[in-house]
Design a protein around this ligand. Structure first.
Ligand SMILES: NC(=O)CC[C@H](N)C(=O)O
Length: 385
């Protein structure tokens, strides 16, 4: 069945930014009201992965790509069990989705999951506004009887901000579960779920790792109860400055010298565990075409990003920390933001971006091999000792 998503058949919708700028369009997905932090993603593809990434919880995502929904919605690509974005902003939705895997239209899927969107927006103008003024709160209001602009603006300004938001527990698993190794099992990893994407344990499983995914509230005892060869800290929503519990668990892991790998939120937590601060970026990095340099090899990777905060660590020197020496291993070539940390005296490292990226690119997949080889080295040393 095809559903027409022609703008004219849809209810009117209004997007109101906290600084008072207003964009008018048509309802897309569910009709209603939603609030969140307005952020833009420059990915030309992979919208299902974006929508279902738990790190987007409480964010209203603006797509710079003008056509969205062309390949419909399939049952294979989601990164989690539901759509997490708080709202979705597109320019020109596909009228008829077309792909051999497509099961339904994106419009239908958003409506079914109760996600309020808006279409017919000049998303490039909106993106330029956010780039100049910074990420800010936003509301989308749709339906035939809308409040006046002043009322909508007041409501937007009452919505919670992303700075200071502690959100991992709202998205992470409540119960531990195991993702079995594919083929021969070589290692066991405890993965602390702060908002993990499905592709991350899969990338580990492909390398012979049995992954024990643990709730965000997991204690040091819970982590070591699975007798891990390595410990992983996942991506996740919210402000890393609030993540005191995972920071203290990670410090215990560093203390014991267990191989450790972190992605995105996990990188920010490693930064904090080592004593660095984190800060909010003006508008963040979101998309699948961000250039990152591996400072050890000089090689540039094209990478997937979704972060609004970053680690404040010096680029030009090796830092001394309570856990030994640390270097900034990766940097974003657009703006020199810290994109990775590596300890020189312990088997631990992390990256701010997404080597697991399902929609690609896959330039950074070697980082999963680096984690495997750290576990291998530590295991061999243990056997020799
Ligand atoms: N994808 C992530 O893990 C995001 C981390 C953090 N919430 C940020 O926005 O920077």
């Amino acid at each position: 069945m095809t559903t027409s998503t022609r703008g004219a058949t849809k209810a009117p919708a209004v997007l109101v930014l906290e600084d008072g700028r207003v964009f008018r369009g048509r309802a897309y997905g569910a009709v209603g009201v939603t609030f969140g932090e307005a952020v833009f993603s420059t990915g030309m593809t992979g919208y299902q992965e974006t929508l279902t990434d738990p790190s987007y919880h409480r964010q209203v995502v603006v797509m710079t790509a003008p056509h969205v929904g062309n390949t419909g919605v399939n049952d294979e690509d989601p990164e989690s069990k539901r759509i997490w974005v708080a709202g979705y902003v597109v320019r020109d939705p596909a009228r008829v989705p077309s792909n051999w895997r497509s099961r339904r239209s994106l419009d239908e899927e958003l409506a079914e999951q109760g996600v309020v969107g808006i279409s017919g927006i000049d998303t490039r103008a909106l993106t330029r506004h956010l780039r100049e003024r910074g990420a800010m709160r936003v509301g989308i209001f749709s339906g035939n009887a809308l409040p006046d602009e002043g009322t909508m603006l007041t409501e937007v300004r009452q919505a919670p901000e992303m700075k200071g938001a502690d959100l991992s527990a709202e998205v992470a698993t409540q119960e531990p579960y195991v993702v079995p190794a594919i083929g021969e099992k070589k290692f066991t990893v405890a993965a602390v779920d702060l908002g993990i994407k499905g592709m991350t344990p899969h990338r580990m499983a492909e390398r012979g790792i049995e992954v024990h995914v643990l709730p965000a509230t997991a204690t040091v005892e819970d982590v070591y109860a699975v007798r891990p060869d390595g410990v992983f800290f996942s991506n996740g929503p919210g402000d890393p400055a609030t993540a005191d519990h995972p920071v203290s668990v990670m410090q215990a892991v560093l203390e014991r010298g267990t191989p450790l790998f972190g992605i995105c939120f996990g990188n920010q937590i490693l930064g904090r565990a080592l004593g660095f601060g984190t800060y909010k970026l003006k508008y963040g990095h979101r998309g699948i075409n961000q250039p990152v340099q591996d400072r050890t090899t000089g090689k540039v990777e094209v990478t997937a990003h979704n972060h609004g905060f970053a680690v404040d660590a010096p680029l030009d020197k090796v830092s001394e920390t309570p856990y030994g020496r640390v270097e900034v291993s990766h940097v974003c070539l657009n703006d020199n933001v810290v994109e990775g940390l590596r300890l020189l005296d312990r088997p631990a490292f992390s990256v701010q971006y997404h080597p697991e990226a399902a929609a690609g690119p896959h330039d950074a997949a070697y980082l999963f091999d680096r984690f495997t080889s750290l576990m291998n080295t530590v295991l061999m040393e243990g056997q020799r000792a």
